[in-house]
Design a protein around this ligand. Structure first.
Ligand code: FNR
Length: 342
């Protein structure tokens, strides 16, 4: 199967397999403050993730590129929404464009549409130092995401089967990269031991890419005959994965993602200690089902709601929101207890 057909399939199946929310955020509750001493219009959404300063804690996570006119349009629209709302944006894996120059345009369109925006490049952990540099140059990226997607590869009939040496390759990329390197999962989450290994080689931030939203096992299973359905329930829920990752927060910045769809979930992710929250499948769904203007409107609404939540909690900025106390119950509490995470 061609790469571009597969990419289009991913978009279709991501929409069809839906955005079930199994993230664990329902186990996280805020403690209401009756005297918050805040003013809505002073709520400041600016944040930082490692060396990057962002005007919003929300960003559009990696989805697409390559694959012809349809993906060019999706990337142009996503970039246009990012520009209109001040969001950072990651492009999808650029490996196809490194192998086929005809595909470069579908990535460059993102930089053309948003010349001054914060844009992340994206490659898998099989990338070489030269490929990492070329991906950054292609879109004048401000940071480079390296994705880890072992379960997705295993569920793809044509996927990789060799996973040795990834940490060493990432270390080489970090050593030679002129931009910060973010290592991300794609919906199976990361544990604190993985985050610690990534911190030890100088990775700037991890994006936990937790379980509970877009599910690449379900997407791939929808495309194959003999199902690997055990992987459908596989992964660390996003709320748990954020708590696992922030154990290392003095060494490495933490980004939340995986199934985030609402301002309330973003606020909970930040209160668990993340510096920013990525959204992929939900933004794609709004764009494809409703269009560009509704996507921009939805992001503006989410920004306003986030300011309201901050105001109610007594947080005037994201740093204060990150310190808002939360009560954790249910399965999430159980997990963190078993793993000795406070
Ligand atoms: C993705 N994702 C992804 N991630 C990545 O690092 N490189 C990629 O090329 C892609 N491609 C891709 C295509 C489509 C159609 C979707 C929906 C997603 C994964 C994405 O960045 C994110 O980690 C997961 O989708 C989990 O977040 P959501 O979708 O639950 O918000």
């Amino acid at each position: 199967m061609s790469r571009s057909k597969r990419k289009w399939d991913h978009i279709q199946y991501a929409l069809a397999t839906g955005q079930r929310s199994l993230t664990g955020f329902e186990d996280v509750a805020f403690i209401h403050q009756s005297l918050p001493d805040t003013f809505l219009h002073q709520a400041d959404l600016g944040t930082s993730v490692g060396e990057l300063s962002l005007s919003s804690p929300i960003f559009i996570n990696a989805m697409t590129g390559g694959g012809g006119d349809r993906t060019i349009k999706i990337n142009r629209d996503l970039a246009s929404a990012a520009k209109a709302t001040g969001l950072a944006m990651a492009v999808g894996s650029q490996m196809s464009a490194l192998k086929d120059p005809n595909e470069i345009e579908s990535y460059r369109v993102v930089r053309k549409e948003n010349p001054k925006g914060i844009i992340f490049g994206n490659l898998g952990s099989e990338a070489t130092i030269d490929q990492a540099k070329a991906a950054v140059d292609m879109i004048e990226a401000n940071a480079l995401q390296i994705h880890l997607n072992v379960v997705q590869e295993l569920t793809m009939p044509e996927g990789d089967r060799e996973f040795r040496g990834a940490l060493k390759r990432i270390e080489q990329i970090v050593l030679h990269s002129e931009v910060p390197v973010v290592v991300k999962e794609v919906g199976f989450g990361m544990n604190k031991e993985t985050v610690s290994m990534l911190a030890s080689i100088g990775v700037s931030a991890v994006d936990v890419g937790g379980f509970g939203g877009t599910n690449f096992s379900r997407i791939e299973n929808a495309r194959r005959e003999r199902l690997l359905s055990f992987f459908d329930e596989w992964g660390i829920p996003t709320a748990v994965s954020i708590a696992e990752a922030v154990v290392q927060k003095d060494e490495i910045a933490v980004i939340a993602s995986g199934g985030i769809q609402t301002s309330f979930e973003i606020a909970k992710a930040l209160a668990l200690g993340a510096g920013a929250a990525g959204m992929a499948g939900y933004f794609l769904k709004v764009l494809i089902k409703e269009g560009l203007e509704p996507l921009i409107e939805e992001i503006n609404i989410i920004h306003n709601e986030l300011k309201m939540i901050m105001t109610a909690l007594g947080a005037s900025n994201i740093r204060q929101l990150q310190q808002a106390p939360v009560i954790i119950s249910g399965k999430t509490h159980h997990w963190l207890n078993e793993r000795n995470i406070d």
